[in-house]
Structure formats: structure tokens, C-alpha cells
Design a protein around this ligand. Structure first.
Ligand SMILES: Nc1nc2c(ncn2[C@@H]2O[C@H](COP(=O)(O)OP(=O)(O)OP(=O)(O)O)[C@@H](O)[C@H]2O)c(=O)[nH]1
Ligand SMILES: [Mg+2]
Length: 377
């Protein structure tokens, strides 16, 4: 799963490791000789540094602890300012550290941006990841003791995790704490996996002991009501339906009333697949929102749809603000970028991944798990 993005991120780690070797003129960290032997080696194209060849140079002014006033305990020195220029590089090298400048990172970051774009990460999202990684890696004294590739990994992990953790929402917590009934609508394009996902979630919630009602809100597609009914029967879950062609808002409203009258906990409402560009059908979603005021609106799309899914997420979210996304078909060859991009574009979390066609094939999305998958060896 997510192999493409995983491969690209690991390539970036290696590139950064090689860059560090090039900048420092040192062999790989594991085989590095004592820093002193390599220290102060000027880069060929650069002017000679204004330092003596002493093995233990004085700290630069930026690194000198401020003089403590008498009577006051000495405070820890301020964190070193981002260093630039050959002098700082040279000093850092004597301490077994290396300083990467923006220029050093230009090439690797360009390659990373291309790699992210190829892995279905949308352009503004790739740019925001690059910006953060650059801030994390430039001008810092990085210890040779630790592989620089690992430092690059940390920077990437932080940047991806911060996007995925935006407005984090724990679905189970939300359901536990909300007023009854909790009304959840599922929206998305045709064939994305809405109906299947409702069945999977229905089973999950039923197993957790909740009373679940399903609303057959896809009154448009021939066979849609019967498809959902089969799932409901198999799972032993009550389904509320009207005839094909009926107003979906009325069906879902009836399901909510049924839940209220019968002390059910949760209403899962199906809707017809629709193109995000179809103004009338998007207006119908707004009507459903006005009539039933759902607690959660979940956008469902395919993890394999990549940038198309990102564009759709944006337009669905513009029409009816979504609370979170479920990405289906992650068991197929999903590149992984769509999850990051959709979270960024909607500003809302990924809640679950569909990982197969069985009821059990629903995985709660956890940022740490996802990021670990991207970097596992
Ligand atoms: N491999 C895989 N297939 C899935 C997954 N989720 C759904 N599917 C399949 O995708 C197809 C479409 O799923 P539906 O649930 O009918 O999709 P939908 O969004 O309700 O479609 P419409 O009602 O036509 O808009 C079905 O064949 C499902 O079995 C998943 O996580 N993995
Ligand atoms: Mg459906």
C-alpha cells in the first residue's frame, strides 16, 4: 500500500545523505573519520574561510553564551541561529556537524516536489510540504552521529503529519459523545464506494453495541435501494426507504424520525452518486443538509483516484462543508498522495480507509500508522 510515495520519500532521504557527504567532503556518517581530519576543508569554488587551521576554533559570536549579570545563574546559551556561509560550515564541521544551505537543498527539494506530484500530492500541498522541510533542514547544525537521512525523514514526517492532523476528529469519540440520534450522510461521485462503506460502518457500529438505522437516500439510480437493502438484511439493520424517484431529503428525514421514536443511536444515510460539476444535484445535497442537519457529512472517494479525487473533494466541500473523508479502494494500487491532499484541501481529517470488499475491510485512519507505512523499511 502507498508504495510509490514510500519509494519517493526514501529516495529523498538518500539524496539528502549524499548531499551532506558532498557538502562536508566527508564519507558516509557510519565510516566518517574524526571530524578534525576533515574539518575546514574549503569547497573548491568558495573563498578561503577566515579562520585559522586550529583544530579547536573559537565559537562564533552567535554561539557564545551571553555574559550573565553578577548574582544571576548563567542561562543556557540561546539556540544557534541558522548559520550560513563557509565560516559556519567550517566551524560546524570541526564539531562533526554539517550545515546545509538553501542552495544545497535546491536540487533535492526540487526532486522531492516532482516525486510528491507524481504520487498524487496536489501542487499547493507539495509546496507546503517542501516549505516546511526546507525550514527544518536549512541552516541547522546536524550531527554526523545520526544519519542525515533520518533527519530528512523526521522533517518529512512532521510536515505530512501536521497536514493530516488538521482538525483531527476521532470518529468513535464523536459518536460516543454526540446527542442521539447521530445523523451521518455520505456523499461522493458515482461508484466511489458510499453504499459499501455504509454497510461496513453499519456493521462496525452494530458490533460496538449501537442501534443503527440506514436511510436509502439514493432514490435516483435503478437498483440502488435494493443494493442497500441486501446489505441491511444481511447485517440485521433496519432500513428506511421510499420509492425510487422520491425526495432523498424526505427519506433521510423519515429515518431520523424513526431513530428518534425507536431510541436508535445512529442514522447512516446513503445518497446518490453525482458529479461535482452538476449544479442541480449539488443543490440537492444542500437541501438534504437544510432538512436533516446532519452531524457529520462524510465525503467518500477512491484512494486510487488521485488528483481527480482532490478536485472533487474541493467542489463537494464548497457545496456542503464536509466533516471528514473516507478513502476507499486503498487495497488497490493507491499511491498515497490523495489522502494528504484531500486532508489539506478540505481542512478536515481522513476518517477511515476502505481496504477491500468485505464488511471487515474498513480501517480507522490514524496519522501515525499512515506515516509509519510511508517510511517502513
Ligand atoms: N477493492 C475495493 N473495492 C471497494 C471498496 N469499497 C467499495 N468497493 C467496490 O466498489 C464498487 C462500488 O461501490 P459502491 O458502494 O456501490 O459505490 P457507490 O459510491 O455507492 O456507487 P453509486 O451508488 O453508484 O454512486 C463495488 O463493487 C464495491 O464492492 C474497497 O475499499 N476496496
Ligand atoms: Mg451507492
Amino acid at each position: 500500500m502507498f508504495d510509490k510515495l514510500k519509494q519517493k520519500l526514501n529516495e529523498f532521504k538518500q539524496t539528502i545523505d549524499e548531499k551532506v557527504k558532498a557538502v562536508s567532503g566527508a564519507p558516509a556518517p557510519s565510516e566518517a573519520p574524526t571530524p578534525e581530519t576533515e574539518a575546514l576543508k574549503p569547497e573548491p569554488s568558495q573563498p578561503q574561510p577566515q579562520v585559522s587551521a586550529a583544530a579547536t576554533p573559537q565559537p562564533s559570536p552567535a554561539e557564545k553564551p551571553a555574559e550573565a549579570p553578577a548574582g544571576k545563574p548563567t542561562e543556557a546559551p540561546a539556540a544557534p541561529k541558522p548559520a550560513g556561509g563557509i565560516l559556519n560550515k567550517a566551524i560546524a564541521l570541526t564539531k562533526g556537524e554539517v550545515v546545509l544551505s538553501e542552495k544545497d537543498l535546491e536540487g533535492p527539494l526540487w526532486e522531492l516536489e516532482m516525486a510528491l506530484l507524481e504520487s498524487d500530492v496536489a501542487l499547493p500541498v507539495a509546496e507546503s510540504i517542501i516549505k516546511r522541510v526546507k525550514e527544518d533542514l536549512t541552516g541547522q547544525h546536524k550531527k554526523f552521529l545520526r544519519s542525515t537521512g533520518d533527519l530528512a525523514e523526521d522533517a518529512l514526517r512532521d510536515s505530512i503529519a501536521s497536514i493530516l492532523n488538521t482538525n483531527a476528529l476521532d470518529f468513535d469519540d464523536f459518536v460516543r459523545k454526540s446527542n442521539r440520534p447521530v445523523v451521518i450522510t455520505f456523499i461522493g461521485v458515482n461508484g466511489a464506494g458510499k453504499t459499501t462503506t455504509i454497510a461496513k460502518l453499519g456493521e462496525r457500529l452494530k458490533e460496538q453495541g449501537y442501534g443503527v438505522v440506514i436511510a436509502a437516500g439514493d432514490t435516483f439510480r435503478a437498483g440502488a435501494i435494493e443494493q442497500l437493502e441486501k446489505h441491511a438484511d444481511r447485517l440485521g439493520i433496519k432500513m428506511i426507504k421510499h420509492a425510487q424517484g422520491a425526495d432523498p431529503a424526505a427519506v433521510i428525514y423519515d429515518a431520523v424520525q424513526f431513530a428518534k421514536n425507536n431510541k436508535k443511536d445512529i442514522v447512516l444515510a446513503d445518497t446518490a452518486g453525482r458529479l461535482h460539476t452538476n449544479i442541480n444535484l449539488m443543490e440537492q445535497l444542500r437541501k438534504i443538509n437544510r432538512v436533516v442537519k446532519p452531524d457529520l457529512v462524510i465525503f467518500v472517494d477512491e484512494a486510487i483516484a488521485g488528483n481527480d479525487a482532490v478536485e472533487r473533494a474541493k467542489l463537494f466541500n464548497d457545496a456542503v462543508p464536509v466533516s471528514g473523508t473516507i478513502l476507499t479502494k486503498a487495497d488497490a494500487d493507491a499511491k498515497g498522495g490523495a489522502a494528504i491532499s484531500i486532508a489539506h484541501i478540505t481542512g478536515k481529517p481522513i476518517l477511515f480507509l476502505g481496504v477491500g470488499q468485505e464488511y471487515k475491510d474498513l480501517k480507522k485512519f490514524e496519522t501515525d500508522w499512515f506515516v509509519d507505512r510511508l517510511f517502513e523499511r
